[in-house]
Design a protein around this ligand. Structure first.
Ligand SMILES: Nc1nc2c(c(=O)[nH]1)N[C@H]1C(S)=C(S)[C@@H](COP(=O)(O)OP(=O)(O)OC[C@H]3O[C@@H](n4cnc5c(N)ncnc54)[C@H](O)[C@@H]3O)O[C@H]1N2
Ligand code: MOO
Length: 401
């Protein structure tokens, strides 16, 4: 079977993937969620002409020239407006946020007023009409579309939604990804290991990649290399309502690589299997009803590079989010040999030197080496059949951090 090119694999994997349905959540739980529908204002803000300062509500005609003596006829704190009307040479003591009383059309700030005693004040700075007043609807009016569908809810968007009088908000459901590790050699972190055993590490990085694009991760643990054991966890994933099932390992061609048979046995229609990529060649993708299945290669670096390139875009799409890889141009720190048919993602340290990025690959590129991946901050992307490059040549880098 020919290896599928990376771009085509991503296109096929994203085909038909659309944002999941909406769900209503309280505002206090909605940070970083994606709006499933626009937010429309249920009220006007401010709902009245409001004082923007602490001072005195007056008639602009009375305070256009100073000094001007006014008699104070009442008080308007925020939340309790003044009932009467401000007449000529009258004022109302007012505080920030209070409604402007009838008859008044300006606010004199209290710093510009002298208290004469006996309920009288003297205004010592001229104040123009509508100074220090927030006009009704300054922020928004009832019926305005305040936030568009697809907006990620940040602090400003959430306060705005609350101000528009919504206690809850309708957001795209967070996709659920169920993660199944496979392999007789695997035990969870913290285990006493036998001589032939290693720690199952991939699920943690894959779950983190999913969570970073707003998905929920369900770790279903480790299945032994037996079809029945793997199938049982696949059924558990379906029963849990997973939108995506990720299997780890068992995707290659060895006698113990059972994933393909198990998933197709459970009813998966295979989309593709094996891609022209290094690391990550054994990547598998298929559909089990509405559930998308991704078989990630077992080698830890392959699992994580494939998560970055395929799982994150898929989960972002299902969650209603945009996901763009951070690809930059850099200069090679050392020469690189010609490439074969697989698009290569080469672990590298990327540094800025004299205003340019310089990417230097690690000398060993084994897809089992997690420490190197965590030391790398970028992946040099080498196209299939790229010719040899010299130090200083330009290259594309997928930034990881
Ligand atoms: N004859 C061939 N052999 C292999 C090929 C090939 O094309 N022909 N492809 C190689 C490539 S590339 C990769 S990648 C690996 C991946 O194969 P599998 O997906 O079947 O992975 P496993 O064999 O199950 O495991 C590979 C390796 O990774 C370790 N592993 C597996 N799961 C985990 C986990 N959850 N946490 C940590 N480490 C894990 C496992 O112990 C193995 O060492 O196949 C090559 N072989
Ligand atoms: O995915 Mo494998 O080497 O390409 O690790």
């Amino acid at each position: 079977m020919a290896l599928v090119p990376v771009a085509e694999a991503l296109e096929r994997l994203l085909d038909g993937a659309a944002p999941l349905a909406g769900e209503s959540v309280p505002l206090i739980e909605a940070v970083d969620r994606v709006l499933a529908e626009p937010v429309v204002a249920l009220r006007t803000q401010p709902p009245f002409n409001a004082s923007a300062m602490d001072g005195y509500a007056a008639r602009a005609a009375d305070v256009a020239s100073v000094p001007s003596k006014l008699s104070v006829i009442g008080m308007a704190p925020a939340g309790r407006g003044f009932d009467g009307t401000v007449g000529e040479h009258q004022a109302v003591r007012i505080f920030t946020g209070a409604p402007l009383p009838d008859g008044a059309d300006t606010i004199v700030i209290q710093e510009n007023v002298r208290d004469l005693g006996g309920g009288n004040i003297e205004v010592i700075e001229p104040t123009a009409e509508w100074r220090n007043i927030r006009r009704v609807g300054l922020d928004f009016s009832q019926g305005d579309v305040l936030l568009e569908k697809g907006r990620v809810l940040d602090p400003a968007a959430l306060s705005l939604t609350a101000s528009a009088n919504h206690p809850r908000v309708n957001v795209v459901k967070r996709p659920l990804v169920a993660i199944i590790a496979t392999g007789d050699e695997l035990l969870p972190p913290g285990s006493e290991l036998g001589p032939d055993q290693i720690i199952s590490s991939n699920a943690y990085g894959v779950a983190a990649a999913a969570q970073l694009v707003g998905a929920r991760a369900l770790d279903l643990g480790i299945a032994a290399d037996r079809k029945e054991a793997i199938a049982a966890l696949v059924r558990k994933a379906v029963a849990a309502g997973a939108d995506v099932i990720v299997t780890l390992g068992g995707a290659s061609v060895g006698d113990h690589d059972l994933i393909h048979d198990v998933l197709t046995g459970e009813g998966m229609t295979l989309g593709f299997w094996k891609i022209a990529m290094r690391p990550g060649k054994p990547l598998m993708f298929g559909r089990l009803g509405d559930v998308r299945c991704i078989g990630l290669p077992g080698n830890p670096v392959a699992s994580l590079v494939c998560s970055q390139l395929f799982l994150k875009p898929l989960l972002a799409r299902l969650g209603g989010r945009n996901h763009r890889q951070d690809i930059r141009q850099a200069r090679l720190g050392v020469g690189m040999p010609a490439n074969d048919l697989r698009q290569d993602y080469v672990r590298a340290v990327v540094k800025e030197e004299d205003g340019e990025l310089v990417a230097t690959p690690f000398g060993i590129q084994d897809s089992s080496m997690l420490r190197m991946l965590s030391d790398a901050n970028g992946l040099i992307v080498r196209a299939p059949f790229a010719s040899a490059s010299a130090a200083g040549d330009s290259c594309s880098v997928l930034m990881l951090r």
